[in-house]
Design a protein around this ligand. Structure first.
Ligand code: DGL
Length: 253
């Protein structure tokens, strides 16, 4: 089987890592839209257009399932993608919410990009199950991860600035952005004792019902732009993965 995964950039590689852990044999094709990242500050119409272009690219590569490994794209484009795609489409929002509901006593925090939080996608779904929701956008987290500042004084101060206000209000926190799992240790330091839901792991588990673990185990990575420290970031996100990687460039008109 071949799993297609796309993200606005490199964050979705955390999802790829979680999928590869559960499915060593499947073939994976990943597309990171590095030429147009971040999606998190763009309008809904633009996010939908970009998402459809990414899906079109992957569907042209004979995939059996399409994983939207970007919370922003999942928040705005899932309906359009499901209509467009002839294979099952799996986003990150629903699996993250399901996982949170398994752990929470009713007070859930969600952190994500501005666009994800503004879309209300997590809030609506969580509230429909009766949870109390506290959502917060953390726009500096993505550049911190991309700069490799995964810990240390600056990152901790930024994390405190965003997260202190959630202390005492929540028992579970959803990492509603695919970059954030890399900041888990710092987030844990600030919000000690809170259950953290990594939506990358949640989406991988969701595939257990859809994906058979068969194939050659190949991983193919495509990016729409090769910026300077891209390979370094890939290595940082997937350090333990033995990937057979074809580094390719995908171009959109
Ligand atoms: N990968 C995106 C997400 O999960 C974050 C980066 C972006 O803003 O494009 O929302």
């Amino acid at each position: 089987m071949r799993v297609g995964i796309f993200d606005s950039g490199v964050g979705g590689l955390t999802v790829l890592g979680a999928i590869r852990k559960l499915f060593p044999q499947v073939d994976i094709v990943y597309l990171g839209d590095t030429a147009r990242v971040p999606y998190g500050n763009r309008s809904p119409e633009t996010v939908v257009r970009y998402s459809l272009e990414c899906a079109d690219f992957l569907l042209g590569r004979d995939i059996d399932v399409l994983v939207v490994a970007c919370n922003t794209a999942s928040s705005y484009s899932l309906d359009a993608l499901s209509e467009f795609s002839d294979v099952p489409v799996v986003g990150v929002v629903e699996p993250g919410v399901k996982e949170a509901l398994r752990h929470t006593e009713g007070r859930v925090g969600v952190i994500g990009t501005r666009a994800t939080v503004k879309s209300g996608s997590y809030q609506r779904l969580l509230r429909s199950f009766g949870a109390q929701v506290f959502a917060k956008s953390c726009p500096l987290f993505v550049p911190l991860v991309e700069e490799g500042l995964l810990e240390g004084e600056i990152t901790e101060r930024v994390a405190r600035m965003y997260l202190e206000e959630l202390k005492g209000k929540i028992d579970t926190l959803i990492l509603g952005c695919t970059h954030y799992p890399l900041l888990k240790p710092v987030i844990r330091k600030v919000l000690d004792g809170i259950h953290i839901v990594d939506s990358s792991e949640a989406v991988a588990k969701e595939l257990l019902d859809i994906v058979e673990d068969e194939g050659s185990g190949a991983t193919e990575l495509f990016f729409t732009d090769n910026y300077q420290n891209l390979e370094e970031i890939i290595e940082r996100i997937l350090p333990y993965q033995k990937l057979s990687v074809n580094f390719n460039k995908a171009l959109f008109p």
